[in-house]
Design a protein around this ligand. Structure first.
Ligand code: ZN
Length: 152
């Protein structure tokens, strides 16, 4: 079964494609010669056209979501909102403070991604475990950060 502009028709072979009318009680498909075409299935008012005479037009499905490469702002906002929904208390505040973006690289964090808490002033330097001193970072970014620090 195939739907053509709201009308559902059955296609019995893949050579023939109904374009007009509906299949119903009165429809008879009669094979006969028309002009210089080969056999054409038609009735007095309806005719099937050959698919091989019809250019194939592929339709792109209507996008349900925006393109992540073009609508970066949209996706950033979406990720931010997902985090706001999932996090609670001070973790939500931390997320909000940094707009859902990684403190190290500035790229949006995904709430489902592996992430770590980064202490802007390290605890070893007296940094406190409070919202203002805490930031979310990508786990990978934190690893790179720690590696680069260990080389200093
Ligand atoms: Zn990052």
């Amino acid at each position: 079964m195939v739907s053509i502009s709201g009308m559902t028709v059955s296609i019995k072979t893949d050579l023939w494609f109904p374009i007009t009318g509906q299949q119903g009680h009165g429809s008879r498909n009669i094979q006969h010669r028309r002009g210089n075409q080969n056999w054409v299935f038609s009735t007095d008012t309806k005719e099937l056209i050959r698919v091989d005479h019809t250019p194939i037009v592929r339709h792109t499905k209507v996008r349900e979501a925006a393109n992540p490469f073009l609508d970066t702002e949209y996706f950033k906002q979406r990720k931010f909102n997902q985090g706001m929904k999932k996090l609670t208390g001070r973790f939500k505040l931390i997320w909000k403070n940094q707009d859902g973006c990684c403190y190290h690289c500035g790229m949006p964090l995904d709430i489902l991604d592996e992430r770590e808490i980064f202490f802007k002033v390290p605890k070893s330097c007296g940094g406190k475990e409070e919202v203002a001193n805490m930031a979310y970072v990508h786990a990978d970014c934190q690893r790179i950060y720690l590696e680069s620090r260990s080389k200093e």
